[in-house]
Design a protein around this ligand. Structure first.
Ligand code: ADP
Ligand code: ZN
Length: 600
């Protein structure tokens, strides 16, 4: 057996490599540089951890998130690997001690923040150590256009000059081409190999629905029906909304916490810590939350506001289901969201070219929301990847009907035109449906030729039509912020009857299909639910005792396997995925004992 495979089995407890892992590991062990693009949960860490163990010397992992380094180190130590993190939370004495251990070859993997790595003092220290490799995690932080830009990452380019013999691997889950090229250029990785995995996340079920009269009730229904005891993340656009939603969920009896940049640093850290270390916590957050969160059993990511782009959506939803078990990406959106995002783009002081780009990104996102095709197909196509209809998104599971909307669109658009292009959807719908309101009479809109020409549709259907017209770029929401709708250049062809247009018949009017899937209970369908809960309880107790997150002990996948197959001896248990030698020694007996209580 090759050495990497042997370590994979005995230390990590995994049977085989996944995807390109074996190739990447071999490439690094033989001293090559690499850029690794893999979706979240794809197994990037192993790509540098294994070579760091196989090559002599200490592997240096550069990670932007000090707060999360400790978790990585805890997870490695659970595997019996000599790992440490160097960051500002250590005392001087502790630092000196770690540096001494590095020189003495007593540490296999060291985590360090880029700003510390690039200090002259530390680089000098490194020159006195044998180094196995440099791993640059979250490598997209070098991208000046991305929202995670870290100036210190740019300096990492000089590592190559200073340590030409040491292989470097840069890793990211960010999929787009421009960012990839920027990483190669900025980190001088031109001579390295690129490993690009498929960006599909087959275990994530994508769903998008129109906002109904109460989006929070939609959310509540979703969580109650499918994720009552699960950990999840809910994204909101503003700090105020985060606070409000977290508070409300708490009142509904959920363990929900807020996270945004406006909170005190210690509160933020404490909330993050609880999310990681306890089971079933829901984090309500702005985009400030998430990078580097490697909690594997986040069972859902919900968006109550639209993300900024499909890139952001993919990244945020990607935090669900890293363990490969079923997970949900759930989103509701409405016309207000579109208007707000358009205004944000328009109102920024970015140069025009940048604004055009942002509008285009928003268009792509809206196209995704309104699609009648498989969502995964649309999402992957955006990243230059492809798939066949997936069977695991809402449009695949409950195909959306579409209908020829050319005439309806003409009615709606001419109503916008005749009322002077200054009214919002609510009023326009009233006019179309021929409502006898005070306002309509006062404005004389009951005299218009479009008054009452839309009685064949209900209010909700009209709302959906207007939303689709905005999403499709035929109507523009006035940017001044009054919510008035105006025609765009693109609608001429429709008004003249030169093109046809099709609408999706929205799920708002359809009853959402009842699906009885309850979070981990659904996962445990083939396992013994009670035993699984007992194993989880033991795991939590062991984790608390050491102040580490439960998943560094065993993942849910491993516990589910145990609950299903009920190993009866250490020998049997050692065959389970995720059970390496160190964990077997440490926890094997305790878990076997719980399992034996369920013999029957
Ligand atoms: P990433 O950093 O790419 O998001 P991780 O490195 O955290 O992903 O790995 C995701 C999950 O997959 C982890 O729980 C890890 O233990 C597991 N994993 C990685 N490689 C393998 C493998 N070869 N076999 C089984 N599980 C694996
Ligand atoms: Zn699909």
């Amino acid at each position: 057996m090759s050495r990497p495979l042997e370590i994979l089995r005995t230390v990590f407890g995994f049977d085989r490599f996944r995807g390109a892992q074996a190739e990447i590991v071999d490439h690094l062990i033989s001293g090559g540089d690499a850029l690794v693009l893999m979706p979240t949960g794809g197994g990037k860490s192993l790509c540098y951890q294994l070579p760091a163990l196989c090559r002599p010397g200490v592997g240096v992992v550069i990670s932007p998130l000090i707060a999360l380094m400790q978790d990585q180190v805890s997870a490695l130590r659970q595997l019996g690997i000599k790992a440490a993190a160097l960051n500002s939370s250590l005392s001087y004495g502790e630092q000196v001690d770690i540096e001494r251990q590095m020189r003495g070859g007593e540490i296999d993997i060291i985590y360090v923040a880029p700003e510390r790595l690039m200090t002259e003092a530390f680089l000098t220290q490194l020159e006195r150590c044998q180094l196995s490799l440099f791993a640059i995690d979250e490598a997209h932080c070098v991208s000046q256009w991305g929202h995670d830009f870290r100036p210190e990452y740019l300096q990492l380019a000089t590592l190559h000059q200073r340590f030409p013999e040491v292989p470097r691997v840069a890793l990211t889950a960010t999929a787009d081409g421009p960012t990839r090229r920027e990483i190669v250029e900025k980190l001088h990785l031109g001579n390295g190999r690129q490993f690009v995995a498929s960006f599909d996340r087959p275990n994530i079920r994508y769903r998008v629905a129109a906002k109904g009269s109460s989006s929070r009730n939609q959310l509540l229904h979703f969580i109650k029906a499918e994720h009552a005891d699960d950990a999840g993340i809910i994204y909101r656009l503003s700090r105020a909304k985060v606070d409000e939603t977290a508070q409300w969920l708490k009142e509904q009896g959920f363990d929900a916490l807020p996270y945004h940049a406006g909170l005190d640093k210690t509160v933020r850290a404490a909330n993050q810590d609880r999310f990681l270390k306890e089971e079933g916590v829901i984090m309500v957050a702005t985009i400030a939350f998430g990078m580097g969160i490697d909690k594997p059993n986040v069972r859902f990511v919900a968006h109550l506001d639209l993300p900024k782009s499909l890139e952001a959506y993919y990244q945020e939803t990607g935090r669900a289901g890293r363990d490969g078990l079923p997970a949900d990406a759930w989103m509701v959106y409405g016309m207000q969201d579109v208007a707000r995002l358009r205004q944000m783009v328009e109102g920024s002081d970015a140069p025009d070219a940048q604004k055009r780009l942002e509008h285009r990104k928003l268009d792509a996102l809206l196209g995704y929301c309104e699609t009648t095709r498989c969502r995964r197909e649309v999402l992957l196509a955006y990243f230059g990847d492809q798939c066949t209809p997936c069977g695991n998104c809402d449009t695949c599971l409950e195909p959306v009907e579409s209908f020829d909307g050319s005439v309806v669109a003409q009615k709606a658009l001419s109503c916008v035109y005749r009322t002077g292009q200054r009214f919002g959807a609510g009023h326009l719908i009233d006019v179309l449906m021929g409502a006898e309101t005070e306002r309509i009479r006062a404005l004389g809109h009951d005299k218009l030729s479009t008054f009452g020409i839309g009685r064949d549709f209900g209010k909700e259907e009209w709302r959906s039509i207007f939303r689709q017209l905005v999403a499709g770029g035929l109507l523009r929401v006035d940017v001044a912020g009054h919510g008035g709708l105006a025609l765009t250049e693109a609608c001429r062809a429709v008004l003249r009857g030169e093109t046809t247009i099709s609408f999706r018949r929205d799920a708002v009017t359809k009853k959402a299909a009842a699906r009885s899937r309850r979070g981990t209970q659904r996962l445990a369908a083939t396992a013994d639910e009670a035993l699984f809960q007992a194993l989880r309880a033991l795991r939590l107790e062991l984790a608390r005792g050491q102040g580490v997150p439960p998943y560094v002990i065993f993942h849910d996948t491993t516990l589910l396997d145990m609950a299903r197959d009920r190993p009866g001896s250490l020998e049997e248990l050692s065959q389970f995925s995720g059970v390496g030698q160190a964990k077997l020694d440490k926890y094997g007996e305790a878990f076997l004992e719980v399992i034996s209580l369920f013999e029957g």
